[in-house]
Design a protein around this ligand. Structure first.
Ligand SMILES: *[C@@H]1O[C@H](CO)[C@@H](O)[C@H](O)[C@H]1NC(C)=O
Ligand SMILES: *[C@@H]1O[C@H](CO)[C@@H](O)[C@H](O)[C@H]1NC(C)=O
Ligand SMILES: *[C@@H]1O[C@H](CO)[C@@H](O)[C@H](O)[C@H]1NC(C)=O
Ligand SMILES: *[C@@H]1O[C@H](CO)[C@@H](O)[C@H](O)[C@H]1NC(C)=O
Ligand SMILES: *[C@@H]1O[C@H](CO)[C@@H](O)[C@H](O)[C@H]1NC(C)=O
Ligand SMILES: *[C@@H]1O[C@H](CO)[C@@H](O)[C@H](O)[C@H]1NC(C)=O
Ligand SMILES: *[C@@H]1O[C@H](CO)[C@@H](O)[C@H](O)[C@H]1NC(C)=O
Length: 332
Protein backbone atom coordinates (compact mmCIF):
# COMPACT_ATOMS: atom_id res chain seq x y z
CA UNK A 1 0.00 0.00 0.00
CA UNK A 2 2.70 2.47 0.98
CA UNK A 3 4.74 2.39 -2.18
CA UNK A 4 2.06 3.52 -4.65
CA UNK A 5 1.01 6.33 -2.32
CA UNK A 6 4.56 7.67 -2.14
CA UNK A 7 4.70 7.33 -5.88
CA UNK A 8 1.55 9.27 -6.45
CA UNK A 9 2.69 12.16 -4.29
CA UNK A 10 6.27 12.46 -5.56
CA UNK A 11 5.49 14.26 -8.85
CA UNK A 12 3.12 16.57 -7.01
CA UNK A 13 5.86 17.71 -4.67
CA UNK A 14 8.29 18.24 -7.55
CA UNK A 15 5.77 20.29 -9.50
CA UNK A 16 4.90 22.37 -6.46
CA UNK A 17 8.50 23.30 -5.79
CA UNK A 18 8.90 24.73 -9.30
CA UNK A 19 6.33 27.50 -8.68
CA UNK A 20 6.48 30.55 -6.46
CA UNK A 21 5.66 29.79 -2.85
CA UNK A 22 2.02 30.26 -2.00
CA UNK A 23 0.87 28.91 -5.37
CA UNK A 24 -2.00 26.62 -4.52
CA UNK A 25 -3.55 24.97 -7.56
CA UNK A 26 -6.39 23.21 -5.79
CA UNK A 27 -10.03 24.06 -6.49
CA UNK A 28 -11.26 27.25 -4.80
CA UNK A 29 -14.48 29.21 -5.05
CA UNK A 30 -18.02 28.57 -6.22
CA UNK A 31 -16.99 25.37 -8.03
CA UNK A 32 -16.01 23.93 -4.65
CA UNK A 33 -18.13 25.61 -1.99
CA UNK A 34 -21.76 25.67 -3.04
CA UNK A 35 -25.12 24.23 -1.96
CA UNK A 36 -24.88 21.10 -4.14
CA UNK A 37 -21.34 19.96 -3.40
CA UNK A 38 -17.80 20.28 -4.68
CA UNK A 39 -16.84 19.63 -8.30
CA UNK A 40 -14.97 16.34 -8.32
CA UNK A 41 -15.21 15.44 -12.03
CA UNK A 42 -14.27 11.84 -12.76
CA UNK A 43 -12.86 11.15 -9.29
CA UNK A 44 -13.51 7.57 -8.25
CA UNK A 45 -14.00 6.40 -11.83
CA UNK A 46 -11.61 4.70 -14.25
CA UNK A 47 -8.70 6.58 -15.85
CA UNK A 48 -8.20 6.33 -19.60
CA UNK A 49 -5.75 7.94 -22.00
CA UNK A 50 -6.99 8.81 -25.48
CA UNK A 51 -5.08 10.00 -28.52
CA UNK A 52 -7.64 9.92 -31.34
CA UNK A 53 -10.68 12.08 -31.93
CA UNK A 54 -13.04 9.09 -31.92
CA UNK A 55 -11.64 7.77 -28.64
CA UNK A 56 -11.89 11.22 -27.07
CA UNK A 57 -15.47 11.74 -28.19
CA UNK A 58 -16.65 8.43 -26.77
CA UNK A 59 -14.60 8.62 -23.55
CA UNK A 60 -16.31 11.83 -22.45
CA UNK A 61 -19.79 11.16 -23.83
CA UNK A 62 -21.65 9.30 -21.05
CA UNK A 63 -22.31 10.34 -17.45
CA UNK A 64 -20.20 7.66 -15.75
CA UNK A 65 -17.37 9.02 -13.60
CA UNK A 66 -14.15 8.91 -15.68
CA UNK A 67 -10.80 10.68 -15.80
CA UNK A 68 -9.86 11.13 -19.42
CA UNK A 69 -6.28 12.08 -20.27
CA UNK A 70 -6.04 13.54 -23.77
CA UNK A 71 -2.69 13.13 -25.47
CA UNK A 72 -1.67 15.08 -28.57
CA UNK A 73 -3.68 17.27 -30.94
CA UNK A 74 -7.35 16.76 -31.66
CA UNK A 75 -8.71 18.41 -34.80
CA UNK A 76 -12.42 18.12 -34.14
CA UNK A 77 -15.07 18.22 -36.88
CA UNK A 78 -17.93 18.89 -34.45
CA UNK A 79 -18.36 20.16 -30.89
CA UNK A 80 -16.99 17.86 -28.20
CA UNK A 81 -19.94 17.10 -25.89
CA UNK A 82 -18.82 16.33 -22.35
CA UNK A 83 -21.03 14.27 -20.05
CA UNK A 84 -21.43 14.56 -16.28
CA UNK A 85 -18.83 13.31 -13.79
CA UNK A 86 -15.85 13.82 -16.07
CA UNK A 87 -12.34 15.12 -15.75
CA UNK A 88 -10.86 15.92 -19.16
CA UNK A 89 -7.18 16.65 -18.69
CA UNK A 90 -4.51 17.32 -21.28
CA UNK A 91 -1.58 14.94 -20.73
CA UNK A 92 1.92 16.27 -20.05
CA UNK A 93 2.48 19.75 -21.40
CA UNK A 94 -1.15 19.88 -22.55
CA UNK A 95 -3.28 18.63 -25.43
CA UNK A 96 -4.55 20.82 -28.28
CA UNK A 97 -8.17 21.18 -29.32
CA UNK A 98 -8.63 22.60 -32.84
CA UNK A 99 -11.46 22.77 -35.36
CA UNK A 100 -14.39 22.78 -32.94
CA UNK A 101 -14.71 23.66 -29.29
CA UNK A 102 -16.17 21.99 -26.22
CA UNK A 103 -19.79 22.03 -25.02
CA UNK A 104 -21.00 21.18 -21.52
CA UNK A 105 -24.80 21.29 -21.84
CA UNK A 106 -27.31 20.06 -19.24
CA UNK A 107 -24.52 18.36 -17.24
CA UNK A 108 -23.04 18.46 -13.78
CA UNK A 109 -19.62 17.88 -12.23
CA UNK A 110 -17.17 18.48 -15.06
CA UNK A 111 -13.47 19.40 -14.89
CA UNK A 112 -11.47 20.63 -17.90
CA UNK A 113 -7.72 21.20 -17.39
CA UNK A 114 -4.52 21.58 -19.36
CA UNK A 115 -6.05 21.95 -22.83
CA UNK A 116 -4.89 24.42 -25.50
CA UNK A 117 -8.11 25.50 -27.26
CA UNK A 118 -7.16 27.42 -30.36
CA UNK A 119 -8.70 29.24 -33.34
CA UNK A 120 -12.27 27.93 -32.99
CA UNK A 121 -14.14 29.59 -35.88
CA UNK A 122 -17.55 31.15 -35.37
CA UNK A 123 -18.16 29.45 -32.03
CA UNK A 124 -16.90 29.32 -28.45
CA UNK A 125 -13.79 27.61 -27.13
CA UNK A 126 -15.88 26.22 -24.26
CA UNK A 127 -19.63 26.76 -23.89
CA UNK A 128 -21.08 25.87 -20.52
CA UNK A 129 -24.87 25.87 -20.74
CA UNK A 130 -27.54 24.81 -18.23
CA UNK A 131 -24.82 23.04 -16.24
CA UNK A 132 -23.64 23.06 -12.64
CA UNK A 133 -20.35 22.37 -10.87
CA UNK A 134 -17.73 23.01 -13.52
CA UNK A 135 -14.02 23.73 -13.04
CA UNK A 136 -12.15 25.20 -16.00
CA UNK A 137 -8.51 25.35 -14.97
CA UNK A 138 -5.04 25.77 -16.43
CA UNK A 139 -6.12 25.91 -20.07
CA UNK A 140 -4.85 28.15 -22.84
CA UNK A 141 -7.28 29.87 -25.20
CA UNK A 142 -6.03 31.70 -28.27
CA UNK A 143 -6.93 33.02 -31.70
CA UNK A 144 -6.25 36.51 -33.06
CA UNK A 145 -7.86 39.92 -33.07
CA UNK A 146 -7.09 40.79 -36.70
CA UNK A 147 -10.38 39.34 -37.91
CA UNK A 148 -12.64 41.44 -35.68
CA UNK A 149 -15.09 40.34 -32.98
CA UNK A 150 -17.26 37.80 -34.77
CA UNK A 151 -14.88 35.62 -36.76
CA UNK A 152 -14.35 33.57 -33.62
CA UNK A 153 -16.83 33.78 -30.74
CA UNK A 154 -16.27 33.59 -27.00
CA UNK A 155 -13.36 31.80 -25.36
CA UNK A 156 -15.22 30.58 -22.30
CA UNK A 157 -18.93 31.42 -22.29
CA UNK A 158 -21.20 30.40 -19.41
CA UNK A 159 -24.92 30.67 -20.09
CA UNK A 160 -28.52 29.54 -19.46
CA UNK A 161 -28.68 29.26 -15.68
CA UNK A 162 -25.33 27.52 -15.32
CA UNK A 163 -24.09 27.72 -11.76
CA UNK A 164 -21.33 26.98 -9.24
CA UNK A 165 -18.32 27.32 -11.47
CA UNK A 166 -14.65 28.18 -11.04
CA UNK A 167 -12.49 29.48 -13.90
CA UNK A 168 -8.89 29.55 -12.68
CA UNK A 169 -5.29 29.82 -13.88
CA UNK A 170 -6.23 29.98 -17.59
CA UNK A 171 -4.18 31.88 -20.14
CA UNK A 172 -6.55 33.78 -22.44
CA UNK A 173 -4.78 35.63 -25.21
CA UNK A 174 -5.06 37.21 -28.65
CA UNK A 175 -8.82 37.09 -28.90
CA UNK A 176 -11.66 39.61 -29.09
CA UNK A 177 -14.55 38.45 -26.84
CA UNK A 178 -13.31 36.45 -23.90
CA UNK A 179 -15.90 35.27 -21.41
CA UNK A 180 -19.62 36.03 -21.58
CA UNK A 181 -21.81 35.13 -18.62
CA UNK A 182 -25.49 35.09 -19.56
CA UNK A 183 -25.98 35.47 -23.29
CA UNK A 184 -29.05 37.68 -23.58
CA UNK A 185 -30.79 40.39 -21.62
CA UNK A 186 -34.15 38.76 -22.46
CA UNK A 187 -33.22 35.59 -20.52
CA UNK A 188 -33.75 37.26 -17.12
CA UNK A 189 -36.23 34.61 -15.95
CA UNK A 190 -33.88 31.78 -16.91
CA UNK A 191 -30.65 33.26 -15.60
CA UNK A 192 -31.51 35.44 -12.62
CA UNK A 193 -30.13 34.03 -9.36
CA UNK A 194 -27.79 31.60 -11.12
CA UNK A 195 -24.38 32.19 -12.75
CA UNK A 196 -22.28 32.13 -9.56
CA UNK A 197 -18.74 32.00 -10.91
CA UNK A 198 -15.29 32.51 -9.42
CA UNK A 199 -12.59 33.83 -11.78
CA UNK A 200 -9.16 33.80 -10.18
CA UNK A 201 -5.52 33.86 -11.26
CA UNK A 202 -6.34 34.00 -14.96
CA UNK A 203 -3.93 35.76 -17.30
CA UNK A 204 -5.65 37.81 -19.99
CA UNK A 205 -3.40 39.34 -22.68
CA UNK A 206 -4.21 41.17 -25.93
CA UNK A 207 -7.96 40.84 -25.70
CA UNK A 208 -10.75 43.30 -26.44
CA UNK A 209 -13.92 42.78 -24.34
CA UNK A 210 -15.66 40.49 -21.81
CA UNK A 211 -13.09 39.71 -19.16
CA UNK A 212 -15.74 38.66 -18.05
CA UNK A 213 -19.06 40.32 -19.00
CA UNK A 214 -21.91 39.19 -16.76
CA UNK A 215 -25.70 39.43 -16.72
CA UNK A 216 -28.05 38.42 -13.88
CA UNK A 217 -25.51 36.48 -11.79
CA UNK A 218 -22.71 36.85 -9.27
CA UNK A 219 -19.03 36.70 -10.20
CA UNK A 220 -16.11 36.93 -7.81
CA UNK A 221 -13.18 38.20 -9.84
CA UNK A 222 -9.91 38.15 -7.92
CA UNK A 223 -6.15 38.06 -8.51
CA UNK A 224 -6.38 38.08 -12.30
CA UNK A 225 -3.74 39.70 -14.47
CA UNK A 226 -4.88 41.82 -17.41
CA UNK A 227 -2.29 42.97 -19.94
CA UNK A 228 -3.45 44.96 -22.98
CA UNK A 229 -7.13 44.16 -22.46
CA UNK A 230 -7.89 46.82 -25.01
CA UNK A 231 -11.46 48.13 -24.67
CA UNK A 232 -13.31 46.87 -21.63
CA UNK A 233 -12.38 44.09 -19.21
CA UNK A 234 -14.95 43.44 -16.45
CA UNK A 235 -18.51 44.40 -17.39
CA UNK A 236 -21.41 43.91 -14.97
CA UNK A 237 -24.77 44.66 -16.57
CA UNK A 238 -28.47 43.69 -16.40
CA UNK A 239 -28.52 43.56 -12.58
CA UNK A 240 -25.43 41.37 -12.44
CA UNK A 241 -23.20 41.62 -9.35
CA UNK A 242 -19.41 41.44 -9.30
CA UNK A 243 -16.97 41.45 -6.41
CA UNK A 244 -13.65 42.65 -7.80
CA UNK A 245 -10.44 42.48 -5.81
CA UNK A 246 -6.70 42.06 -6.01
CA UNK A 247 -6.55 42.27 -9.81
CA UNK A 248 -3.73 43.90 -11.77
CA UNK A 249 -4.13 45.80 -15.05
CA UNK A 250 -1.04 46.50 -17.18
CA UNK A 251 -0.40 48.01 -20.56
CA UNK A 252 -3.11 49.37 -22.78
CA UNK A 253 -6.54 48.89 -21.22
CA UNK A 254 -9.20 51.52 -21.72
CA UNK A 255 -11.75 50.41 -19.11
CA UNK A 256 -11.00 47.90 -16.37
CA UNK A 257 -14.47 47.70 -14.84
CA UNK A 258 -17.88 49.08 -15.72
CA UNK A 259 -21.41 48.63 -14.44
CA UNK A 260 -22.84 51.04 -16.98
CA UNK A 261 -25.36 48.89 -18.85
CA UNK A 262 -24.52 49.94 -22.40
CA UNK A 263 -22.82 47.14 -24.31
CA UNK A 264 -20.04 49.16 -25.89
CA UNK A 265 -19.90 49.44 -29.70
CA UNK A 266 -16.46 47.77 -29.73
CA UNK A 267 -18.01 44.59 -28.33
CA UNK A 268 -20.32 43.92 -31.26
CA UNK A 269 -19.74 46.55 -33.94
CA UNK A 270 -21.23 44.35 -36.65
CA UNK A 271 -24.60 43.92 -34.96
CA UNK A 272 -24.73 46.98 -32.68
CA UNK A 273 -22.59 49.77 -34.13
CA UNK A 274 -24.14 52.26 -31.69
CA UNK A 275 -23.85 49.88 -28.73
CA UNK A 276 -26.72 48.08 -27.08
CA UNK A 277 -28.45 49.63 -24.06
CA UNK A 278 -29.16 47.37 -21.09
CA UNK A 279 -29.85 47.92 -17.40
CA UNK A 280 -26.81 48.69 -15.28
CA UNK A 281 -25.15 46.07 -13.13
CA UNK A 282 -23.57 46.30 -9.69
CA UNK A 283 -19.98 46.16 -8.48
CA UNK A 284 -18.28 45.94 -5.12
CA UNK A 285 -14.59 46.39 -4.57
CA UNK A 286 -12.89 44.17 -1.99
CA UNK A 287 -9.11 44.11 -1.52
CA UNK A 288 -7.27 46.80 -3.46
CA UNK A 289 -6.89 46.45 -7.24
CA UNK A 290 -4.12 47.97 -9.34
CA UNK A 291 -6.04 49.56 -12.23
CA UNK A 292 -2.90 50.87 -13.95
CA UNK A 293 -3.91 53.51 -16.49
CA UNK A 294 -7.39 51.98 -16.99
CA UNK A 295 -10.60 53.72 -15.92
CA UNK A 296 -13.47 52.30 -13.89
CA UNK A 297 -17.14 53.33 -13.99
CA UNK A 298 -19.21 52.02 -11.08
CA UNK A 299 -22.74 53.37 -11.43
CA UNK A 300 -24.29 51.11 -8.75
CA UNK A 301 -22.60 49.66 -5.70
CA UNK A 302 -24.12 46.27 -4.95
CA UNK A 303 -24.47 43.94 -1.99
CA UNK A 304 -22.04 41.20 -3.08
CA UNK A 305 -19.52 42.40 -0.53
CA UNK A 306 -18.00 39.11 0.59
CA UNK A 307 -17.41 35.75 -1.08
CA UNK A 308 -19.19 33.00 0.87
CA UNK A 309 -16.14 30.70 1.01
CA UNK A 310 -12.52 30.56 2.10
CA UNK A 311 -9.84 31.73 -0.32
CA UNK A 312 -6.37 33.16 -0.06
CA UNK A 313 -5.54 36.41 -1.81
CA UNK A 314 -2.16 36.69 -3.49
CA UNK A 315 -0.58 40.00 -2.41
CA UNK A 316 -1.17 42.61 -5.10
CA UNK A 317 2.54 43.17 -5.73
CA UNK A 318 3.03 39.45 -6.45
CA UNK A 319 0.04 38.94 -8.76
CA UNK A 320 1.95 39.64 -11.96
CA UNK A 321 4.75 37.19 -11.15
CA UNK A 322 2.55 34.46 -9.69
CA UNK A 323 -0.06 34.53 -12.46
CA UNK A 324 2.49 34.62 -15.29
CA UNK A 325 4.35 31.68 -13.74
CA UNK A 326 1.30 29.64 -12.79
CA UNK A 327 -1.31 30.14 -15.52
CA UNK A 328 -1.71 28.09 -18.69
CA UNK A 329 -0.44 24.71 -19.86
CA UNK A 330 2.10 22.32 -18.40
CA UNK A 331 1.78 23.61 -14.84
CA UNK A 332 -0.31 20.91 -13.16
C1 LIG B 1 -8.29 20.24 -39.34
O1 LIG B 1 -9.20 19.58 -40.20
C2 LIG B 1 -9.69 20.40 -41.24
C3 LIG B 1 -10.69 19.60 -42.02
O2 LIG B 1 -11.73 19.19 -41.19
C4 LIG B 1 -8.57 20.87 -42.11
O3 LIG B 1 -9.07 21.76 -43.08
C5 LIG B 1 -7.53 21.58 -41.27
O4 LIG B 1 -6.42 21.90 -42.05
C6 LIG B 1 -7.09 20.70 -40.13
N1 LIG B 1 -6.19 21.48 -39.27
C7 LIG B 1 -5.03 21.01 -38.85
C8 LIG B 1 -4.22 21.93 -37.99
O5 LIG B 1 -4.62 19.89 -39.12
C1 LIG C 1 -23.16 11.27 -12.48
O1 LIG C 1 -23.94 12.35 -12.96
C2 LIG C 1 -25.33 12.24 -12.79
C3 LIG C 1 -25.97 13.47 -13.37
O2 LIG C 1 -25.89 13.44 -14.75
C4 LIG C 1 -25.67 12.02 -11.34
O3 LIG C 1 -27.07 11.86 -11.20
C5 LIG C 1 -24.95 10.83 -10.81
O4 LIG C 1 -25.17 10.70 -9.44
C6 LIG C 1 -23.47 10.91 -11.06
N1 LIG C 1 -22.85 9.66 -10.71
C7 LIG C 1 -21.88 9.58 -9.80
C8 LIG C 1 -21.36 8.22 -9.52
O5 LIG C 1 -21.41 10.55 -9.26
C1 LIG D 1 -31.19 21.49 -18.39
O1 LIG D 1 -30.54 20.27 -18.07
C2 LIG D 1 -31.36 19.33 -17.40
C3 LIG D 1 -30.49 18.15 -17.08
O2 LIG D 1 -29.55 18.50 -16.13
C4 LIG D 1 -32.54 18.94 -18.28
O3 LIG D 1 -33.37 18.07 -17.57
C5 LIG D 1 -33.30 20.20 -18.67
O4 LIG D 1 -34.29 19.86 -19.61
C6 LIG D 1 -32.37 21.21 -19.29
N1 LIG D 1 -33.08 22.45 -19.52
C7 LIG D 1 -33.04 23.09 -20.69
C8 LIG D 1 -33.85 24.34 -20.77
O5 LIG D 1 -32.36 22.70 -21.62
C1 LIG E 1 -2.41 41.58 -30.54
O1 LIG E 1 -2.96 40.73 -31.51
C2 LIG E 1 -2.79 41.18 -32.84
C3 LIG E 1 -3.48 40.23 -33.77
O2 LIG E 1 -4.09 39.19 -33.15
C4 LIG E 1 -1.31 41.24 -33.17
O3 LIG E 1 -1.17 41.74 -34.47
C5 LIG E 1 -0.65 42.17 -32.16
O4 LIG E 1 0.73 42.15 -32.39
C6 LIG E 1 -0.92 41.69 -30.75
N1 LIG E 1 -0.38 42.65 -29.82
C7 LIG E 1 0.42 42.29 -28.83
C8 LIG E 1 0.90 43.41 -27.96
O5 LIG E 1 0.76 41.14 -28.64
C1 LIG F 1 -4.49 51.01 -27.28
O1 LIG F 1 -5.33 50.13 -28.04
C2 LIG F 1 -6.24 50.83 -28.85
C3 LIG F 1 -7.13 49.79 -29.49
O2 LIG F 1 -6.38 48.87 -30.24
C4 LIG F 1 -5.51 51.66 -29.91
O3 LIG F 1 -6.46 52.38 -30.66
C5 LIG F 1 -4.58 52.62 -29.18
O4 LIG F 1 -3.79 53.28 -30.13
C6 LIG F 1 -3.65 51.85 -28.22
N1 LIG F 1 -2.88 52.81 -27.43
C7 LIG F 1 -1.60 52.64 -27.17
C8 LIG F 1 -0.98 53.67 -26.30
O5 LIG F 1 -0.95 51.69 -27.61
C1 LIG G 1 -20.26 55.99 -16.89
O1 LIG G 1 -21.62 55.74 -16.60
C2 LIG G 1 -22.47 56.86 -16.84
C3 LIG G 1 -23.86 56.49 -16.42
O2 LIG G 1 -23.97 56.56 -15.05
C4 LIG G 1 -22.45 57.26 -18.28
O3 LIG G 1 -23.27 58.39 -18.47
C5 LIG G 1 -21.04 57.55 -18.68
O4 LIG G 1 -20.99 57.81 -20.06
C6 LIG G 1 -20.14 56.40 -18.35
N1 LIG G 1 -18.79 56.78 -18.61
C7 LIG G 1 -18.05 56.12 -19.49
C8 LIG G 1 -16.67 56.64 -19.64
O5 LIG G 1 -18.46 55.17 -20.12
C1 LIG H 1 -29.00 42.63 -3.32
O1 LIG H 1 -29.28 43.60 -4.29
C2 LIG H 1 -30.23 43.18 -5.28
C3 LIG H 1 -30.32 44.27 -6.30
O2 LIG H 1 -30.67 45.48 -5.73
C4 LIG H 1 -31.56 42.88 -4.60
O3 LIG H 1 -32.49 42.45 -5.56
C5 LIG H 1 -31.35 41.81 -3.57
O4 LIG H 1 -32.55 41.58 -2.86
C6 LIG H 1 -30.26 42.22 -2.56
N1 LIG H 1 -29.95 41.09 -1.72
C7 LIG H 1 -29.88 41.21 -0.41
C8 LIG H 1 -29.53 39.96 0.33
O5 LIG H 1 -30.06 42.27 0.16
Amino acid sequence: MKLPITFAFAPLLLAASAWPTGCDFSLVGFGKDNPIGPTTGGEGGESVTVSSVDALVSAVADDAPRIVYAKGTFNLTSRLLIGSNKSLVGAGKGANILGSGITINGKTNVIVRNLGIRFILDNDGITTQNSTRVWIDHNEFESDINHGPDYYDGQCDIVRASDWITVSWNYFHDHWKSSLVGNSDVLRDVDYGHLHITYHHNYWRNESTRGPAGRFGHQHVYNNLYEDFLYQAIHSRSDNQVLVEGNVFMGNTSEALSTYGLVIPMDSPNTSPEGDPELDGFANLGAKNDWGPASINITQVGNFTKAPYKYKLTPLNQVQKVVKAGAGLGKI
